[in-house]
Design a protein around this ligand. Structure first.
Ligand code: UDP
Ligand code: MG
Length: 154
């Protein structure tokens, strides 16, 4: 089992899509182990998007990510990083498959509704970036026994 980081970006918050997107993750069987609203600033975004700071669109990306508060989520499940990336879809909403979050809620390369960690290593780093340890809760809802076979709970 592993935990991954999701950010519901300003494009999700400002459109009023938060509930629909949270519902998708819960319906899939992911457990919400942390969730809060926060206003991101330039320092944390420069760290989070360090791989993009040299790109021409970076100033617009900063503006877009600071346009409103965001919702950050820690989602727990078997292979959660890959499961959530599959649900998220391709970066550009115009290329994302219908049925994915970006495919269903976005037509933009930038205003693409969600961020999701892209590897287990990055998930660990990103969870620490946005949550303190006491904001992530280690609990198991009773319905997990209908969600996984015992061998999958590892
Ligand atoms: N982005 C953008 N233009 C691009 C590529 C990326 O505005 O040409 C933005 C977009 O919001 C994307 C974020 O930068 O979600 C991070 O880019 P990354 O390549 O890490 O894509 P992701 O992991 O979000 O799919
Ligand atoms: Mg990325």
């Amino acid at each position: 089992m592993e935990t991954t980081l999701v950010i519901l970006k300003p494009s999700a918050v400002l459109h009023g899509y938060v509930g629909q997107i949270v519902q998708r993750f819960q319906q899939k069987g992911l457990v919400i182990r942390g969730m809060k609203m926060m206003q991101l600033g330039e320092p944390i975004l420069r760290e989070h998007y360090a791989h993009l700071t040299d790109r021409p669109f970076f100033p617009d990306l900063l503006k877009s990510m600071m346009a409103s508060p965001v919702i950050v989520m820690a989602l727990w499940g078997n292979d959660a990083v890959n499961v959530v990336r599959m649900m998220t879809g391709a970066t550009n909403g115009r290329k994302a498959q219908p049925g994915t979050i970006r495919g269903d809620f976005s037509v933009s390369g930038q205003e693409n509704i969600v961020h999701a960690s892209d590897s287990a290593d990055n998930a660990e780093i990103e969870l620490k970036r946005f949550f303190s340890p006491d904001e992530i809760f280690d609990y198991q809802p009773s319905w997990l026994k209908y969600t996984y076979e015992p061998a999958e709970m590892k």
